[in-house]
Design a protein around this ligand. Structure first.
Ligand SMILES: Nc1nc2c(ncn2[C@@H]2O[C@H](COP(=O)(O)OP(=O)(O)OP(=O)(O)O)[C@@H](O)[C@H]2O)c(=O)[nH]1
Ligand SMILES: [Mg+2]
Length: 240
């Protein structure tokens, strides 16, 4: 059995799904893939079933409705642990994350990192085709979160990651409160504070070519409010 599971959350990604799965399968042929679909109205779930029928390495988890990226990942993580994988990958379906980076990221994880983050905001990292506003929000949000949380991570919101199974078990022991970008910040920060080894690997993030963004002001605001509350709480705790 493969020891790596690539978890790909989907909501209305019909146009992107087969392309990204093919790229994952060719970049890491020994890894299994789990598509977690939230009953996409565009039929992504049915397409995923067809692709899974043709490829034993691919499986699909169907959830009853759109319930947020964080919850989709938590369901995928639980299944990954149940099935006994050693490493679990987070990867967007829209083509923004290049699966060709996975061998390097997995090598870092196999070398002992509990979490490897594909990072846009370290030397060698890049974002292609993003308007200045998106760039500013991501860059500014990451600087703000890093300072407030006293984190060492430069891209806390990145959704391109490799988790070690032991880190996932640690995360799943407590409830993860946030569901949008906050989910990525919360999981990385919690592992960092638990003393886990968190490494960043530079990536080139490419704007999606098809389909619509699920990112909206609500998701950004949720993350901003949560980071502020976590940061202030941690400061109060330290003062006491
Ligand atoms: N299962 C599931 N997947 C989701 C949900 N929300 C987003 N996704 C998927 O999560 C990944 C990231 O979402 P995106 O909309 O690309 O978010 P983003 O990358 O921050 O923003 P854009 O690339 O600009 O659209 C994509 O594969 C989405 O299909 C959800 O509620 N449930
Ligand atoms: Mg995207």
């Amino acid at each position: 059995m493969a020891d790596v599971l690539v978890v790909v959350p989907t909501y209305d990604e019909r146009e992107s799904l087969s392309g990204i799965l093919a790229r994952v399968r060719s970049a890491v042929p020994d890894a299994d893939v789990l598509v977690v679909d939230d009953a996409s109205p565009d039929g992504t779930g049915e397409l995923a079933d067809e692709l899974a029928a043709d490829d034993p390495a691919v499986s699909v988890l169907h959830r009853p409705g759109k319930d947020g990226l964080g919850r989709a990942y938590l369901a995928g993580f639980a299944l990954a642990l149940e099935r006994g994988y050693a490493h679990v990958v987070e990867l967007d379906a829209d083509g923004s994350h290049d699966p060709a980076e996975l061998p390097a990221m997995l090598a870092l994880a196999r070398g002992g990192a509990h979490l490897v983050i594909g990072s846009r905001w370290i030397p060698g990292g890049r974002v292609v085709d993003w308007p200045w506003l998106r760039r500013a929000i991501s860059r500014g949000g990451n600087v703000y979160a890093r300072l407030l949380l006293r984190s060492r991570v430069h891209d806390l919101t990145s959704g391109f990651r490799v988790f070690d199974a032991s880190a996932l078990r640690l995360l799943l022991r407590h409830e993860v409160a946030s569901h949008g970008y906050g989910f990525q910040v919360e999981t990385a920060w919690r592992l960092e504070r638990a003393g886990c080894r968190v490494l960043e690997h530079p990536i080139t993030f490419v704007e999606r070519r098809a389909g619509a963004s699920k990112m909206g002001p609500g998701i950004v605001l949720e993350a901003l409010v949560r980071v502020t509350v976590w940061g202030l709480r941690a400061r109060l705790r330290r003062r006491r």
